[in-house]
Design a binder for this molecule. Structure first.
Ligand SMILES: *[C@@H]1O[C@H](CO)[C@@H](O)[C@H](O)[C@H]1NC(C)=O
Length: 341
């Protein structure tokens, strides 16, 4: 009897073990199928087509790693922001930084810039230039590293609205194609200050409608000054490494900002107050279009990006403001500037 019982026990145990293994196998397959499906849906959503199966498999591997990272980050819930699967989900962080972020930082400016807002004392506690009608819709720079052009143009659109009352989408492609004498290299990178200089000498910029964005380097094709829709008088740099100075400026107009946008968390930012990780290797041009404070008392910069509306909060990011380091989060206070009307 004892033997039989023992035997039954073993069979029962075996059945249990086999059952567990089987269900685990099923779970494994299910998970893979789910990931496969997720990938196919993602490819369809972003219109991604790969040259061959090898490339597709390679991208799938990166996609899975990114999804795992995003899910574990959100699951941990230790930061006041969330990550999301976006158009960059099949790129490693290295590939992402190489193609997108082409702000040529750390140019030492020899120009001693005056700062017209230096004596401002009374500032609103929050500002959102979108609500003042001074911000055009979010754009997508695509694979072209001309963030500097988007940043400069957004600041120019802002000051144009404030000085003329008109909000006009201005041409980035004119900068990409025509601002090629100095350091600016179209999709290869550039600086916002150089863009302002070019615009000043060019006596303005034409509209987006007249000279639409193509996202590749092209031949300069302007139809002359008659077509210019807006002008600037010059530009000024915000005194470096002072979020206070940046605040004075951002309270008066949208500001071009250089930041370090190279990290994975920036790549996949989807909502909330971004607090880093990020360094201060300035590699991306964006536009501060306001600032504010959350209900729980966190101060932030409201920043317009040029990666489409599916990145971040409809294309925007709120970055923590007034941090301990004088450079500001991701170096946001290091190289800010604005055009003057
Ligand atoms: C700020 O105030 C100082 C002292 O009165 C003055 O010298 C300077 O020109 C002012 N700056 C601006 C931009 O108005």
């Amino acid at each position: 009897m004892g033997f039989t019982n023992h035997c039954q026990c073993i069979s029962l145990a075996l059945i249990l073990i086999l059952g567990a293994l089987a269900s685990q196998a099923a779970a494994c397959t299910l998970q893979d199928v789910a990931m496969d499906e997720k990938y196919e849906q993602w490819m369809a959503h972003y219109g991604r087509v790969y040259e061959n199966n090898y490339e597709k498999e390679k991208r799938f591997k990166i996609f899975k790693e990114n999804v795992a990272y995003i899910e574990s980050f959100n699951g941990a819930g230790t930061k006041p922001y969330k990550l999301g699967i976006n158009q960059f989900a099949d790129l490693t962080n290295k590939e992402f930084t190489v193609t997108r972020n082409r702000f040529m930082g750390h140019e030492c400016s020899t120009k001693i810039s005056s700062f017209k807002y230096e004596n401002v004392t009374v500032l609103p506690s929050a500002m959102d230039w979108r609500k003042k009608g001074a911000v055009t819709p979010i754009k997508d720079q695509g694979q072209c590293g001309c963030c500097w052009a988007f940043s400069a143009v957004a600041a120019m659109e802002g000051i144009t609205k404030l000085s003329t009352g008109q909000l006009i989408s201005l041409s980035k492609q004119e900068l990409v194609d025509c601002d090629i004498k100095g350091i600016d290299q179209g999709c290869g990178g550039g600086l916002m200050d150089n863009a302002f200089q070019f615009i000043q000498h060019n006596q303005g910029l034409t509209t987006e409608a007249n000279y639409p964005y193509k996202g590749v380097d092209g031949t300069c094709n302007t139809k002359g000054e008659a077509n210019h829709a807006a002008k600037i008088n010059g530009y000024e740099d915000v005194p470096a490494n002072s979020e206070k100075a940046l605040l004075k400026a951002a309270a008066h107009q949208p500001i071009s900002d250089a930041i370090d946008a190279g990290g994975s968390d920036f790549q996949f930012y989807s909502s909330g107050i971004f607090t880093g990780e990020c360094g201060t290797s300035l590699d991306h041009g964006v536009t501060a279009v306001g600032y504010g404070i959350t209900n729980d008392g966190t101060k932030y910069w409201l920043v317009k990006n040029s990666w489409g509306t599916e990145w971040g909060e409809e294309g925007y990011i709120r970055m923590q403001r007034d941090i301990d380091a004088e450079e500001g989060l991701c170096g946001i206070a290091m190289q800010a500037s604005y055009p003057t009307a």
